[in-house]
Design a binder for this molecule. Sequence first.
Ligand code: SF4
Ligand code: SF4
Length: 348
Amino acid sequence: MKTLAEYKEEIHSCSKCGICQSVCPVYKITGNDCTVSRGQFIMLKGLIKGDLKMSPKINRYLDLCLKCGACSKFCPSGIDVVDIIASAKAEYFKTSRLEKIISSVQKTFIFNFGVNLLGLFARKFKSKKFDKKVIYFGGCSGKMKGNKAVVKILNSCGVEVITPDFQCCGIPFYVRGDKESYESYKKSFEEIVQKYDVKEIVTTCASCEKTLKSYKIEGLEIKNIFEYIREKELKPILKKRFKVTFHKPCNIDNFEDIEWILKNTENLEYIEMENYDKCCGLNGIAKISEYKVMSEIFKAKHKDIVNSGARIVLTSCLGCEAALRLFSFGKYRVMDFAEFLNKYAKPD
Ligand code: SF4
Ligand code: SF4
């Protein structure tokens, strides 16, 4: 994780063209330049030069960023906004007792105790043996739900699945600026990978996939399960007819694979909802104090899902799944795509 000062060049390369304003979901609601990359970079420049001091006010603006990366996709200077905001958060984290307390509570009670407790009830499915072996990194989602969907899908691709006991990938701590916790999760991941003689890790969660890729471990490939399904051209057949829509998580790399599966699954009617690729609003640090901004984003997503006419919305990120479920109000069902296939596809 680079420091804020190490991003000086990138921050200086912002031409202040303002294109980010036209795509930032937060700026659209607040109209405040400090809530979009252009304005944030002006603040961060001030911090690096020493003209400004890190403060709770600046931190509030950093937290309002959803880390959706929409601005980076259109930025003519090609600036990776998410990493820069995370490094600025790390500066604030160093100075804030409250942030440290929140992070420690989050780590102890949610990601360690809570997830492990729910994991006790999750079923570990035994994989068939094949020459090709991969490790399944389920993250928190896999821990709580078990590995049945992944084992069944990968076994049908002729791949054996090893399911070690991983912890969180570390993304919640990365975006909070808690470098120490992020590094500790990264280290525990590296230790487990070293223990097994495997060159591939498979995930089902877009955010875990992105984080594991950011570790840049030499000789280790991080793959999403949907790449396997497409590579093998497995065309699932569902037991009955379903009409679904799909919410594309911001962190997903290989949406083409998912789209291919959606369009090639028998008995599946896929409706592309409007703004299917817009952030659900949870990416980053959802704060109750920013409920007004968040609820505007949630409401817009809810409307798009309802308007699609589908009663099931599929996705592939635990955070998105939680956010969509929270605001579904019983109008539709939210499901992880891999789980959906496991539940409703006919066995080979
Ligand atoms: S789009 Fe990029 S270069 Fe343009 S103002 Fe935003 S961050 Fe700066
Ligand atoms: S990452 Fe998303 S929320 Fe943050 S500034 Fe860019 S577009 Fe706005």
